[in-house]
Design a binder for this molecule. Sequence first.
Ligand code: HXC
Ligand code: NAP
Length: 287
Amino acid sequence: MLREGALKDRVIVVTGGGTGLGRSMAEAFLELGASVCITSRKMEVLETTARELEEATGGKVLPVACDIRKYAEVEALVKAVHDRFGRCDGLVNNAAGNFISPTERLTSKAFEVIIDIVLMGTVNCTMAFGKHWIDAKERDKAVLNIVTTYAWTGSGYVVPSACAKAGVLALTRSLAVEWAKYGIRSNAIAPGPFPTKGAWSRLLPGELIERFDMAKKVPLGRMGEHHELADLVTYLMSPFAGYINGEVVTIDGGEWLQGAGQFNMLEAVEPGMWDAIEAMVRKVRGS
Ligand code: HXC
Ligand code: NAP
């Protein structure tokens, strides 16, 4: 979508960048000329991804093992990025943890682990990179948080994730105002269903994948493709989006609005029935 070299000389950190959507975003940044740091807990996964992405794009990828729940490890991540690249221009808070469960089955620890990864992990990374930029008086920085549409609707069976993502959305909008004076933009995207191994194995395990066809929930009739999400993200992280701040962009084919609109069930009415329905309604008006 953007012209070649649009992110040249930029350095972007992608948490959870070894797998799934994080990996796809990292690849798109590299294709546009950025250097990228990918981070997660599993160094082996990160090293394999880094090698494959460097081969595919010719760009530079720094893999750093970091558990974003631990602030000291996040501070070491900031240092590793600066040691290697001498700068950092953007942070994509993409790492997450999630699984489906009736809420009453969860232990306190199970709830906590999701809040820790999703909310506290995002807070830790944002604080560590943000403080660095503010102290160094560096400007023109971008933070992008990956939330979901249930950050504002809520959702049963993924309640810790919904609570955590709602917190991340509040963080996004709060810092968009508070940190704008330092030249730091804060935005979010809310993806609908984009198949990844990490999400699908925890949200639609076993036969659930056949029972619940995610594409049927989407007005556009299909799931998202990774390059569609990557196009949006590269734009939001680029200087072309320099005046976008505090926004959450939904990219879900219309999924959440389909569930929200009170009369959207009329989609099930066969087109041939509308003449008769119209006649019935007009008759009421005339009576
Ligand atoms: C109930 C569970 C559970 C389950 C774990 N727990 N899985 N409880 N049902 N299925 C409980 C454990 O018993 C334990 O509580 C506590 O949670 C912590 O579990 P651990 O396995 O020790 O945690 P950890 O090793 O840190 O692993 C974290 C994880 C794991 C979240 C549980 O799945 C993970 O590493 N996930 C990372 C990747 C991921 O989740 N990707 C999907 C993102 S998709 P007790 O009390 O027993 O000690 C996404 C999509 C959003 O966010 C929207 C899609 C449309
Ligand atoms: P994924 O591949 O499982 O990505 C999650 C990543 O987070 C993994 O690379 C994981 O790596 C990393 N991670 C987990 N805990 C971590 C920790 N404590 N420290 C550092 N890294 C950690 O799933 P995905 O589908 O690509 O999800 C990516 C993002 O998109 C998430 O924020 C998710 O909520 C969001 N999202 C996805 C969808 C979808 O349809 N796929 C829809 C809406 C929103 P390790 O386990 O190796 O640490």
